[in-house]
Design a protein around this ligand. Structure first.
Ligand code: ZN
Length: 257
C-alpha cells in the first residue's frame, strides 16, 4: 500500500506547501483520495486518472479538508459523465456542502455516513486489491474521523485533525505508519519556531510523536503544520518524543506502508 501526499498545509493554504490536506492511498489497482482540501484536486490528477479513482473520504467539514469536492463534482458530472461515485464522510456533510451546488449533487456522488463502527472495503475483496477502511471520532469540534487503511496486513493510520484527548491507539497498537497532524510546536519551541498554540483541538509535534510511541507505531509522518512553523523544529520535537526519527509530509512524497 502506498501513501502519497497531495497537500499538507495546516488549516489554510500557504507557501511553501500551498495545498491543504489531501492524500492518495493506493494498493494494486485501488485508489482512495482521503481529504480533498483546497489545492489537492489538481495534484490528485497528476497521480491518478479520474476513472481510476475508487472513492473519496472526507474526515470533516472544515474547508482545508473538503472544498475540492466541488471540483471533483464538476469534473465527474460535466466532464467524465460518471455517476454514483462513493464519498464517505460524517453524517450530514453532504447536505451542508450541497448548499453551494445548484440543484444538488443529483447522483454524481453516493454519500455514505461514517462512524466509529464503520468498516468499509474499497476496490475489491480484502486480501486482493481491496483496502479496508475503519474510522474513529477524534478530539476536534466538528464531527471528525481519523482513518485506518489496511491492506495485506499492513496498516496506515491518519489522525485527521485532533487534539490530545484522542490517540492513534484507538485503532490498536503497532500501526505500520502513522500520518499525524502536528499543527504546533510544543514547549519551549512555541513562539520561537512557529505560532503559539491557539487551539486545544490540534496536536503539537511532541504530542504527535508521544502518542505514536505509546501506540507502538513503526513509523511517523508529520503533517498539517500551521503555516510559518519551522519544519526542522517540528521534526526535532516529534523525533525526540517518538524515540526515533520522524518524517515530514511534503507534496508529492510517497511512502510504502
Ligand atoms: Zn485542518
Amino acid at each position: 500500500m502506498d501513501l502519497t501526499v497531495l497537500g499538507c498545509s495546516g488549516s489554510y493554504g500557504a507557501p511553501p506547501d500551498h495545498a491543504c490536506s489531501g492524500y492518495l492511498v493506493r494498493h494494486g489497482g485501488t485508489a482512495i483520495w482521503i481529504d480533498c482540501g483546497n489545492g489537492t484536486f489538481a495534484r490528485l490528477q497528476e497521480h491518478v486518472a479520474l476513472h481510476d479513482l475508487d472513492a473519496l473520504v472526507i474526515t470533516h467539514e472544515h474547508p482545508d479538508h473538503c472544498v475540492d469536492v466541488y471540483g471533483l463534482h464538476v469534473a465527474l458530472r460535466y466532464g467524465a459523465d460518471r455517476t454514483g461515485f462513493p464519498v464517505y464522510g460524517p453524517a450530514g456533510i453532504d447536505a451542508r456542502l450541497g448548499h453551494l451546488v445548484r440543484g444538488g449533487w443529483r447522483g454524481t456522488f453516493v454519500w455514505h455516513a461514517i462512524d466509529d463502527a464503520s468498516r468499509v472495503v474499497i476496490g475489491g475483496p480484502a486480501g486482493s486489491d481491496g483496502i479496508t477502511l475503519r474510522f474513529s471520532r477524534t478530539d476536534h469540534p466538528p464531527p471528525t474521523f481519523a482513518v485506518e487503511a489496511a491492506a495485506e496486513g499492513r496498516r496506515l493510520v491518519y489522525t485527521a485533525d485532533t487534539g490530545p484527548a484522542w490517540s492513534v491507539d484507538a485503532f490498536g497498537s503497532a500501526a505500520d505508519l502513522v500520518l499525524s497532524e502536528a499543527s504546533y510546536l510544543g514547549g519551549a519551541g512555541s513562539g520561537a519556531g512557529g505560532p503559539v498554540r491557539r487551539s486545544p483541538h490540534h496536536l503539537t509535534a511532541t504530542e504527535a510523536g508521544r502518542a505514536a510511541r505509546a501506540a507502538g507505531a513503526h513509523a511517523v509522518v508529520l503533517t498539517h503544520l500551521w503555516p510559518g512553523t519551522d519544519p526542522a523544529a517540528a521534526v526535532a520535537q516529534g523525533s525526540e518524543a517518538f524515540g526515533a526519527p520522524v518524517a515530514l509530509a511534503t507534496p508529492g512524497a510517497t511512502w510504502r506502508v
